[in-house]
Ligand binder design. Structure first.
Ligand code: KIV
Ligand code: NA
Length: 273
């Protein structure tokens, strides 16, 4: 299993960090079998697994439930779990309690929080101090899409680009172990990556980040119908799944399944007489 020190070393040696989301036992098993560096139990769980229209509806209990399943499927992979909406905004005390519960119950290697506010900087320091490594997440932060005015590329103008760079430096100095950059122009992601010592992990942030993360269901085309521009797909689970179920339905309707091959036979039929 990778450690936070390995991740820093990978940045220094420009050995790209690979990360994919997972929300359950089978996907976690696949990711570990493929040798992925890190798994993210993202609160995108809400969109791609639970069918909500945003991550805002995801609860701490949901993250714990799915985080535990991922841990069981990938016992030897670095697992990061998202702190969900409002689980770290009420008070420092409440945030620390929620982080402790999520970290302990899921037995993860790190937690992730969105945003670079002063309160988040304090929280990152306190959690780091307590032994809970934090991955920061800047750029498009889906938990605040209602405030951002939708899902848009962030840091396109001088002012917001400067703010993003400052936030990145602030979370890095606070002790964050890595930084997810979501939907940021590749030139800005390159500047940020060069300015901080911790690895950047991009999603819609170009090739200059130290690593890359994608959502499992996007990569596999599994349940999702519309894909963002930055997603490259590597499988077609939608097509394969519908085809498989259609064939199964036709076999049952046509009486070709279950054939004798899939049935149990009595050794002595006379016992029924
Ligand atoms: O929840 C998630 O999947 C994420 C990634 C998009 C980074 O936070
Ligand atoms: Na997330």
């Amino acid at each position: 299993m990778k450690t936070t020190l390995d991740l820093l070393k990978m940045k220094k040696e420009t050995d790209r960090i690979t990360m994919i989301t997972a929300y359950d036992y089978p996907a976690a098993k696949q990711a570990e079998a493929a040798g992925i560096d890190m798994i993210l139990v993202g609160d995108s769980l809400g969109n791609v697994v639970l069918g909500y229209d945003s991550t805002v509806q995801v609860k701490l209990e949901d993250m714990i439930h799915h985080g535990k399943a991922v841990r069981r499927g990938a016992p030897n992979t670095f697992v990061v779990v998202d702190m969900p909406f409002m689980s770290y905004h009420v008070s420092l005390e409440e945030s620390l309690k929620n982080a402790a519960a999520l970290f302990q119950e899921t037995n993860a290697q790190a937690l992730k929080i969105e945003g670079g506010s002063k309160e988040n900087i304090t929280l990152i320091k306190r959690l780091q101090d307590a032994g809970i490594p934090i991955v920061a997440h800047l750029g498009l932060t889906p938990q605040t899409f209602n405030v951002l005015g939708g899902y848009k590329v962030q840091g396109r103008d001088k002012e917001t680009a400067k703010q993003l760079t400052e936030d990145a430096k602030a979370v890095a100095s606070a002790g964050a172990i890595a930084l997810v950059l979501e939907c940021v122009p590749l030139e800005l992601a390159e500047v940020i990556t060069n300015e901080i010592d911790i690895p950047t992990i991009g999603i819609g942030a170009g090739v200059h980040c130290d690593g890359q993360v994608l959502v499992y269901h996007d990569v596999m085309q599994y349940g999702v119908d519309r894909l963002p521009k930055f997603v490259k797909t590597y499988a077609d689970f939608n097509g394969a799944g519908v085809e498989a179920i259609t064939n199964y339905v036709n076999d049952v309707k046509g009486g070709t399944f279950p054939s004798e091959e899939y049935s149990f036979l009595l050794k002595d039929r006379s016992i029924l007489e």
